[in-house]
Structure formats: structure tokens, C-alpha cells
Design a protein around this ligand. Structure first.
Ligand code: LRH
Ligand code: MN
Ligand code: MN
Length: 431
């Protein structure tokens, strides 16, 4: 960014040059929607309030096991990851929190980290433990599992790690622990399914007992990888069972990439939201499995249907309140600038949220009650086919962020400035 002006000043100046065009488009859309009895004000306000957190590991370039193509200027410490999140948030107005992964993100002074984040307007969302890899200081290996391991000493180590992560999260002001296990089996016969589950439930019970009363424990499921025959927590049913055994503070976390192809994810969302057990969300795009591609790039209609279930749950007073859900982007890229990707993902999420907010829930319910199949479908499709981008841009503008963040990021040559500051070879820790 230019040395003459601060980023907020530059944003305001750039917005001025885009304002006439933007307002023209907004008024046009307002007129179209007014004819359908839709008031854009509450929609814009809900979009303004929606915040989706950034995973610390998405701020560096990802890769596959076949290769990595680092981009340079990547954040090298928690502070630099917070700085990137804060920059992103200035541009989008919708990313006010970071989600850390321990031990990818460690510090000798977490209270200083907390203060730094506070000074940059960034909060700490759910904090993630990691028992799917071996870390240099640990005594026992997780090669054959962690919380489900056959040996008590390995389970103990994994339990203690999770408690340590809670301790760190408390110092940072986090309010949820996310546990995702790589535990499972690659071959039939390797595991006793029943015992592996029981050991996992017992280990989680110990962690749950350590959980502060105002915290949540989010249990993330995944059908395959790193184990390809069986995962100990493969599906929402298993995660829900564990959550129910643990207690009210335990909830299910849905990662959009953790389903087998063609799974009706929106129905899973409706189930969990309907009983108040939907605690967290990892947004990403997927065509095969855990692809971690950009949210909304591949299946925007499915994302819209998912938001419709969330909006409907809130509208109908189902036990889940969206303000309690930990929203996070969980993506990782080999071929994009990570910050640009996060901007695209955030936009993709807000667009589908906006589409869902246009639905007349009462009318839809009426059509459902009357078995008006065609009309019910029409209501959904009519909402999805509206170009809501002016509403999303207006929400950003009112949040004092960019009308057009991606163009701003490029015009200000922000990546080049980061490379100059941190070096072309700087790499972020993470996946
Ligand atoms: C597992 C997962 C989980 C991890 C993250 C790095 O595939 O989605 O959320 O913590 O990736
Ligand atoms: Mn995830
Ligand atoms: Mn994943």
C-alpha cells in the first residue's frame, strides 16, 4: 500500500471512485426486489453481521503430496498470520477472527499474541488440536491412532495435548475446541470397530471434563483420509452419538468436503440444526472429496440450499441459533494467492447467504404444506437466480470495507509488498 495513506483511507478513496456505479446497480436491484415485496435493508444488515473466520493454515499456499508452489511473502509467525487476517478483514469486513491449529501455531507468549490480535481487530475462533501428525517433542507416535489408540499411554498423550490446546485457547479468548481425528484403519481386520469407538468416546470424555463451562467441543467427522478403509469418526451419525454421550457442550462440526460424492449435505444441516447440535462449519468446495477448493466455485446451488436450511432453522426457532455456530473457511491452495482465495470464498459464502435470505419462508412453507411441488421449487430457484452481488458489496461498503476487494488487493500490489517485507522464500506453517 502507498506510504502516503493508511489502508482505510485508501479503501475510502477507492470506494468513492466506484460508488456511483455501485449505487446505480443497488437501486436497480432494490426496485426489482421491492416488486416482490422484499425489503433489502434487513438482508444487508444480516450480511454485514455475518463473520467467517480464517484458518491460520490457509494463509500460506497449500499443496498436494505431489508438489508445492509457494507464492512468497507468506506469514512466518502467529503475528504475521494475524496481520494477514486483519488485512483481509479490512478489505472484506467479514473475516474478524482467526482459527489456530496447535502446534502449527505456537508462541512463547500467548497474552502478547492476544493483545496484538486485539490491536488489529481480530478475535480467536475455535482452536484446533492436532493428533494426526507426530510432532518433534512428543514421546509416542500417532501412527496407529491417537484418542482411539490401543495403548493407554498414547491416548493419555493425545488427551493431554487437547487439554493443553484448551489452555492456550483460554489465554487467547477462544471459546471452542475443534477435534478432528485421523484415527482409523487402512485394512480390514486392523481395528476392532466397537473398541476403537469406545476408546475414542472415553478419551473425549476426559477432554470434555476439562472443558471450561462456557466452552464448546466441536467434533469433526470425515469418511476417509488419512485412513482409507475405516475412520473412527466417519460420519455425522457417529459425531452426533459422541456429542450426545458427552453432553450439551459437545456439538457436531460439518466440513463441506467431508462427505462422499452426492451426499445431501443440506439435509444433514437440517437434522443437526433442528436438534441444536450443529456447532461448527468448515466451508470449502469439493468435486470428489476433501478437495479444499474455493467455496462456491463448484456447487453454489448446494451451498445456497445449505444456507436455506440454516435460515429456515433460525426463522422457525429451531434450537440452533446461527450466532452460536463457529463459521470457518477450511481451504488450501496450490495455485492461488491465499489471500485472494479467501476473498473469493468469503464472497461466495455471502452470496449464497444473501440468496437464502431472499426466500419467503412463509410462502415456501405454505407450498410445502399444500404439496405444491412445482411452486416450492420455483421459490428456491427464483431466489437463487437473482444477482445479489450489489447487496454483498453494499454490506461491505457499510462495514467500511472495499466495494471490490479483489481489484483493490491487486491495484495496491499487496502481495508484492508482502514479498518485499517477508522475502520470496518465506513459508507458512500448516498443511
Ligand atoms: C481435515 C481437516 C480438519 C483439519 C484441517 C487441517 O481434513 O478438514 O479440519 O484440522 O483439515
Ligand atoms: Mn475441516
Ligand atoms: Mn478436511
Amino acid at each position: 500500500p502507498s506510504e502516503m495513506m493508511t489502508t482505510p483511507e485508501l479503501i475510502a478513496q477507492t470506494n468513492q471512485s466506484l460508488l456511483a456505479d455501485h449505487q446505480h446497480q443497488l437501486y436497480h436491484l432494490q426496485e426489482i426486489l421491492a416488486k416482490k415485496q422484499i425489503d433489502i435493508e434487513p438482508v444487508i444488515q444480516k450480511l454485514q453481521a455475518f463473520q467467517v473466520s480464517v484458518p491460520s493454515w490457509a494463509l500460506g499456499t497449500g499443496g498436494t503430496r505431489f508438489g508445492r508452489f509457494p507464492i512468497g511473502g507468506e506469514p512466518r509467525s502467529i503475528e504475521e498470520k494475524i496481520a494477514d487476517t486483519s488485512l483481509l478483514h479490512q478489505l472484506t469486513g467479514s473475516n474478524n477472527a482467526i482459527s489456530l491449529h496447535i502446534p502449527w501455531d505456537t508462541s512463547l507468549d500467548y497474552s502478547a499474541v492476544r493483545q496484538f490480535a486485539h490491536s488489529r481487530g481480530i478475535k480467536f475462533d475455535a482452536i484446533n488440536s492436532n493428533t494426526f501428525q507426530d510432532h518433534p517433542q512428543q514421546v509416542y507416535s500417532y501412527k496407529y491412532g491417537s484418542l482411539s489408540h490401543t495403548k493407554a499411554e498414547v491416548r493419555r498423550q493425545a488427551i493431554e495435548h487437547n487439554c493443553e490446546v484448551i489452555n492456550i485457547g483460554q489465554q487467547l479468548g477462544s471459546k471452542a475446541l475443534t477435534t478432528w481425528l485421523g484415527d482409523g484403519a487402512n485394512f480390514p481386520g486392523q481395528n476392532n470397530f466397537r473398541k476403537a469407538y469406545e476408546r475414542t468416546a472415553e478419551s473425549l470424555q476426559e477432554i470434555y471434563r476439562y472443558l471450561p463451562t462456557h466452552w464448546q467441543m466441536l467434533i469433526e467427522y470425515k469418511p476417509y483420509e488419512p485412513n482409507f478403509y475405516s475412520m473412527v469418526i466417519p460420519d455425522w451419525g457417529t459425531a452426533l452419538l459422541l456429542a450426545q454421550q458427552l453432553g450439551d457442550q459437545a456439538q457436531v462440526l460439518v466440513d463441506l468436503g467431508h462427505h462422499l460424492p452426492n451426499t445431501n449435505i443440506e439435509q444433514i444441516i437440517a437434522r443437526l440444526a433442528g436438534i441444536g447440535r450443529l456447532g461448527g462449519f468448515h466451508f470449502n468446495g469439493s468435486s470428489y472429496g476433501d478437495d479444499d477448493l474455493t467455496t462456491g466455485a463448484l456447487k453454489p446451488y448446494r451451498l445456497f440450499l445449505i444456507f436455506q436450511e440454516l435460515v429456515n432453522a433460525m426463522w422457525s426457532d429451531a434450537p440452533t441459533n446461527a450466532s452460536d455456530i463457529a463459521w470457518m473457511i477450511d481451504a488450501s491452495h496450490n495455485t492461488k494467492d491465499p489471500i485472494e482465495d479467501l476473498m473469493q470464498a468469503t464472497e461466495g459464502i455471502l452470496i449464497e447467504y444473501a440468496h437464502a435470505l431472499l426466500i419467503d419462508q412463509k410462502m415456501l412453507e405454505y407450498m410445502q404444506e399444500e404439496n405444491e411441488v412445482v411452486q416450492a421449487q420455483e421459490i428456491l430457484q427464483a431466489a437463487f437466480r437473482v444477482d445479489v452481488r450489489p447487496l454483498v458489496a453494499e454490506a461491505r461498503f457499510r462495514n467500511k470495507a472495499c466495494i471490490d476487494p479483489l481489484t483493490f488487493f491487486r491495484a495496491q500490489r499487496i502481495r508484492a509488498a508482502l514479498i518485499e517485507k517477508r522475502g520470496v522464500a518465506s513459508r507458512a506453517t500448516g498443511l
